[in-house]
Design a binder for this molecule. Structure first.
Ligand code: ADP
Ligand code: MN
Ligand code: MN
Ligand code: MN
Length: 374
């Protein structure tokens, strides 16, 4: 088995040995790692090349060809869109997030970033900001939850727990946090989640498409950090079929008006619009057309109902929540708690903007009742 062979062969180096290789002198070359979303729109791929000099910006990084991991022979083109520092091999090396185009230079099937860019262009004057809360669960190479005993999960049932009997893998969370800061990813916080070895980090707030870029790069860095620890980070919406605990990617949203005095009125109007398009949003809030959320949103352990929209201030078992401090101040942002942990942020942001700012109307508008009270 894989875990047995891991005992025999060393797959990662002791720190001092790794330090030796990384300290070997080199010229002005720069190693650039291209990172892109794969065909499933759920996982990432990467490969690295040498550039002669450090790129000053994204324009200095050339396009590149690539293949899919699933054996599909079609060639695709990688278009660099956002550059970060490489926290694994350090300056001057780079990580670069790429869009994927087909040979006709159209966005590859279903990849949403370019559509998101177009929609954000239309709503620029609203200055839309997004912040995502990424929950994830750690698994060992044996496929079992990281650190759990054979007796099962030391369930804490609360976030932000402290103590070795309640949280497993804090070093992963700490290293990921610092690596993101080094890279220039807009990470704004972390916390332990309800299950031992379940964690969360938050990205944002950033404007428009940028938040999606930062979230995807934060996910890449998470998977790479987990390689070093010999564990796997799962963004599955429902990591255990038998448990009510799930992983989400709460998406916080605001416009300039919502953030300014009296903004609560604009927040309430946006939520009213969302209430009329509940099912349409759920279709794009996980990568499987709503199937993942159908099992995740079971109205238990701080999730809401899959079938019915709900909104409230100061309560968390709802589709959309206005944070308490926002109600008190009368302005700020709101939180859409429905996106699953494995969602594509570009699809989520686009849906939010289309419904709340562009006033898109769904076909079954009349059927879904307004059930919003504040
Ligand atoms: P929760 O109480 O729901 O667990 P967190 O503290 O985990 O909230 O996350 C708050 C999120 O809200 C962060 O991702 C942050 O970037 C985001 N956020 C803060 N202010 C704004 C804003 N004005 N617009 C959009 N998102 C925001
Ligand atoms: Mn949170
Ligand atoms: Mn959480
Ligand atoms: Mn939240």
């Amino acid at each position: 088995s894989l875990s047995r062979s891991l005992c025999k062969y060393r797959l990662s180096l002791p720190p001092t040995v790794k330090k030796h290789y990384l300290s070997l002198a080199k010229g002005t070359e720069c190693q650039v790692t291209y990172v892109w979303i794969d065909k499933t729109k759920e996982h990432l791929q990467c490969k690295t090349r040498t550039l002669n000099n450090e790129p000053a910006g994204i324009r200095d990084i050339p396009e590149w060809d690539a293949f899919w991991t699933d054996g599909d022979p079609t060639e695709v083109i990688l278009i660099p869109v956002r550059m970060f520092r490489d926290p694994f091999t350090l300056n001057p090396n780079k990580l670069v997030l790429c869009e994927v185009l087909d040979s006709k230079r159209d966005p590859i099937g279903g990849h949403q970033r370019s559509h998101c860019v177009q929609v954000m262009e239309k709503v620029k004057r609203f200055e839309p900001w997004f912040g995502m809360e990424q929950e994830y669960m750690l698994f060992g190479l044996d496929g079992k939850p990281f650190g759990w005993s054979p007796q099962g999960c030391p369930l804490t049932g609360v976030s932000c727990a402290v103590g070795i009997n309640k949280v497993y893998g804090r070093d992963i969370c700490i290293c990921h946090y610092r690596a993101c800061l080094y890279a220039g990813v807009m990470i704004c916080g972390t916390n332990a989640e309800a299950l031992a070895s379940q964690w969360e980090f938050q990205v944002g707030p950033c404007e428009g498409t940028e938040s999606g870029d930062h979230l995807w790069m934060a996910r890449y860095i998470l998977h790479r950090v987990c390689e070093d620890f010999g564990v796997v980070a799962s963004l599955d919406a429902k990591p255990f079929r038998q448990s009510v605990y799930t992983s989400g990617c709460h998406t916080n949203f605001s416009t300039k008006e919502m953030r300014s005095e009296g903004g609560l009125l604009y927040i309430e109007e946006a939520i009213r619009r969302l209430s009329r398009r509940h099912s349409q949003h759920l279709c794009v809030y996980d990568p499987h057309g709503g199937a993942d959320n159908m099992s995740r949103l079971c109205s238990q352990s701080l999730t809401s109902s899959y079938d019915e929209f709900s909104a409230a201030s100061g309560r968390r078992n709802v589709s959309v929540r206005i944070p308490d401090h926002v109600s008190r101040r009368g302005c700020g942002y709101f939180e859409d708690r429905r996106p699953a942990a494995n969602c594509d942020p570009y699809s989520v942001m686009r849906a939010l903007v289309e419904t709340c700012l562009l006033g898109a109307t769904g076909e079954d508008d009349d059927e879904e009742k307004e059930t919003v009270t504040f």
